[in-house]
Design a protein around this ligand. Structure first.
Ligand SMILES: Nc1ncnc2c1ncn2[C@@H]1O[C@H](COP(=O)(O)OP(=O)(O)OP(=O)(O)O)[C@@H](O)[C@H]1O
Length: 251
C-alpha cells in the first residue's frame, strides 16, 4: 500500500481561550472519499484550514504528500472549494470560462498564461462536471447547483490529487443534491481524485463515502460508514457528538 496522502498526528488548536480541536489523529489514503461530519462549530473548517496550511499549526504534526505542511509546496496537488463559493448574484460580470480559467492561472502561479493550453484545461474540466455547454454563460445567471459544478471545475482544472470541499451542497436544491453526490463519486472513482467532503448531513453522505470522520472538537468516530449506519440512534449520537434521528426515505 502507498503512503497516506495526508497524515494528522496529535493536533490541538485554540482560538483565544477556546480549544476547538483536541488530540486529532487520522490518515487519508490515496483514492479515499472521506466524509468529515460534525455539528456547527465542531472544528471542521479549522481542521481543513490546518490541512491546507491556511491556518498556522499550533501543536502536533500534519504532512501532505510526505512533507510537513509548513514546508509543503502545493503545485496544484491539493484543491479546495470553500463554503458559500456558489453565491454569485445575478448579473455578476464573469463568464463560466473566466471563472474556471482563474483556477488554472492561480494554481500554476504563471506570469504569462499559455492561452491555448488553458482553454483545453478549462474545457476538459467543464466536461468532467457536465457543464461544457454553459462555457459562455454568465456565472450569476446559473442556479446554485450549476454554480457549484463550475467551482468544482475550477478546482479540478489542474488535475489535483486531493480535492477538499467545505459544505458544497449549501445553496444546491434538494432535487439536485443526489446528482451532485453522484458527480463527486464519479470524480473519485473514475478520475481517481481523493476527496474530503465536509458536511452536516451525515445521513446523506454515508452511502457515498468510503471513510467517515465524526468530529466534535475531538474525533468521535473514524471508520467504515456502513458500520456507523448499523448503530442505534443513541450510539450514533454519542459518536457524532450531536442528536441524530434516523429519517426513512420511502422512495
Ligand atoms: N478565526 C477565528 N477566531 C476565533 N474563533 C474562531 C475562528 N474561526 C473559528 N472560530 C471558532 O472555532 C470554533 C470552530 O469553528 P469552525 O468554523 O472550525 O467549525 P465548523 O465545524 O466548521 O462550523 P460550521 O459547521 O458552523 O461551519 C467555533 O466556535 C468558531 O466560532
Amino acid at each position: 500500500m502507498s503512503d497516506p496522502i495526508v497524515t494528522v498526528q496529535n493536533v490541538y488548536h485554540r482560538y483565544d481561550q477556546q480549544t476547538v480541536l483536541e488530540n486529532i489523529n487520522f490518515n487519508i489514503e490515496e483514492g479515499a472519499f472521506v466524509g468529515l461530519v460534525g455539528p456547527n462549530g465542531s472544528g471542521k473548517t479549522t481542521l481543513i484550514k490546518l490541512m491546507l496550511g491556511i491556518e498556522k499549526l499550533q501543536r502536533g504534526n500534519i504532512t501532505a504528500f510526505g512533507q510537513p505542511i509548513q514546508k509543503f509546496k502545493n503545485k496544484g496537488r491539493i484543491s479546495y472549494v470553500s463554503q458559500k463559493a456558489n453565491s454569485f448574484s445575478r448579473g455578476f460580470p464573469a463568464t463560466v470560462k473566466e471563472v474556471v480559467s482563474m483556477g488554472v492561472i492561480h494554481n500554476q502561479r504563471r506570469f504569462l498564461p499559455d492561452q491555448k493550453k488553458d482553454q483545453g484545461l478549462v474545457k476538459s474540466a467543464l466536461q468532467k462536471v457536465n457543464m461544457e455547454e454553459y462555457i459562455n454563460r454568465n456565472i450569476g445567471d446559473l442556479s446554485g447547483g450549476q454554480q457549484q459544478r463550475v467551482f468544482i471545475a475550477r478546482a479540478i482544472a489542474n488535475n489535483p490529487k486531493l480535492l477538499i470541499l467545505d459544505e458544497p451542497t449549501v445553496g444546491v436544491d434538494s432535487q439536485n443534491v443526489e446528482q451532485f453526490y453522484d458527480l463527486l463519486s464519479k470524480l473519485n472513482q473514475e478520475l481517481g481524485i481523493t476527496l474530503v467532503l465536509v458536511s452536516h448531513d451525515i445521513g446523506a453522505i454515508t452511502t457515498y463515502v468510503t471513510d467517515l470522520l465524526c468530529l466534535n472538537r475531538s474525533i468521535h468516530y473514524h471508520g467504515n460508514p456502513n458500520e456507523f449506519e448499523s448503530l442505534t440512534d443513541e450510539q450514533r449520537s454519542i459518536l457524532y457528538g450531536h442528536q441524530i434521528n434516523t429519517i426513512t426515505h420511502n422512495h
